[in-house]
Design a protein around this ligand. Structure first.
Ligand code: SAM
Ligand code: SF4
Length: 350
């Protein structure tokens, strides 16, 4: 283990801010022992904040229609061979009932940027969910919309919004997206969401094609200044029908190290063990918790359509139900809890 890396990790633990060159050095030179050291401290920070509790978010992937063409994603509009689906309100409420019965007190409504989702349809859906389950938080993950739409949905009762910046480097962003998508728009959306009062989630892909240690350092600097309530990261995983179908996947070990660094930087942050890390490693969910994550997102998308939400190949199916994740975590002495799991520092403006 390098003394220098240990010093940098200790600085993060003490809540010091690092600059881009320090992050770059740490990311490019850390060895297995450095990573294990960061994971140990991160675990301690997570248990100081949350105990050994893991919050469950019931994920409903309710539409795979998307007007965008992100180069990495299997839902991109040019993936013509993909059968598209959109759940109706009744189907979504049924899935939410199953999630609630399984103990989830957060429902995550995620989808592609589906032009058929009108602002009022989504607002009505939010109101129906809140009427049925007033004890349950609603997280939206529906991509870039106008600030007016975001405000309407917040007023209808949505609590949180997930919108990963994907990368904080403008050059890499342009390499991963077609020209009509810009990092500036993405960051404007994130700023608007936070300003409106959402518990806002950011995050990035690890090991996306051409990504460098400097790019990842930029991601950490962005997170350090934006201070999101939630931060979701996962390795880039190729999907055969996309332009990046033959690129190599992101490194899961580097992803776990980044989870630890993020936990040190955001002691109260809500950090999921994402499906991508669960797909990349057989014990990925457990390793992510042991690296400092504290959230799991069991999938409640109806089985008939689940395979069609194909962001990347070999997306994990096993270990996706609430009961099997609970078992996984009991093995490492953590427990899933029936709790909304809000960001503790958040002032609830509802
Ligand atoms: N359409 C919304 C958006 O882009 O924010 C929400 C749904 S999108 C499918 C959710 C996340 O999936 C993205 O933020 C992206 O990071 C992740 N994703 C997409 N393709 C991926 C891939 N090939 N490997 C890993 N993660 C991927
Ligand atoms: Fe659409 Fe989101 Fe996939 Fe981009 S990442 S193509 S916006 S679903």
């Amino acid at each position: 283990m390098s003394h220098h890396n240990q010093t940098l990790i200790n600085q993060l633990y003490r809540q010091a801010k690092l600059d881009s060159s320090a992050f770059t050095l740490l990311l490019s030179s850390a060895d297995e022992k450095d990573r294990a050291y960061a994971a140990k401290l991160a675990r301690q920070v997570a248990t100081d904040s949350f105990g050994r509790n893991i919050y469950m978010r019931g994920l409903i992937e309710f539409t795979n229609h998307c007007k965008n063409n992100c180069f990495y994603c299997g839902l991109r509009r040019d993936h013509r061979g993909l059968k598209r689906y959109r759940l109706n309100e009744h189907e979504i409420l049924n899935a939410a009932a199953v999630a609630h019965a399984a103990g989830c007190r957060t429902i995550v409504l995620q989808g592609g940027e589906d032009p058929a989702l009108t602002v009022s349809w989504v607002a009505n859906l939010i109101r129906s969910l809140k009427r049925n389950w007033p004890d349950t938080a609603i997280t939206l993950s529906l991509g870039e919309r106008s600030a007016t739409d975001y405000k309407t949905w917040f007023a209808a009762g949505a609590d949180r919004y997930l919108l990963r910046e994907e990368t904080a480097s403008p050059e890499l962003y342009n390499h991963l997206h077609p020209p009509e998508m810009t990092l500036a728009n993405r960051l404007n959306c994130l700023a608007a969401l936070k300003d409106i009062g959402y518990q806002t989630g950011a995050g990035f892909l690890v090991g996306s094609p051409s990504q460098t240690a400097e790019d990842l350092a930029a991601d950490l600097i962005f997170i350090q200044s934006f201070q999101p309530a939630m931060i979701g990261i996962g390795p880039f995983l190729p999907q055969a029908d996309t332009p990046f179908g033959r690129e190599k996947p992101g490194d899961p070990e580097l992803t776990l190290f980044l989870i630890s660094l993020l936990r040190l930087m955001l002691p109260h942050g809500l950090i999921p063990a994402t499906t991508a890390i669960g797909t990349a490693l057989p014990d990925g969910y457990q390793r992510a918790i042991l690296a400092g994550a504290n959230v799991i997102m069991p999938n409640f998308t109806p089985l008939q359509v689940r395979k069609l939400y194909s962001l990347y190949d070999h997306k994990r199916e096993a270990g996706d139900s609430a009961s099997s994740t609970d078992e996984l975590f009991r093995e490492i002495n953590y427990r899933t809890v029936i709790d909304r799991g809000d960001f503790p520092d958040h002032y609830d403006r509802h």
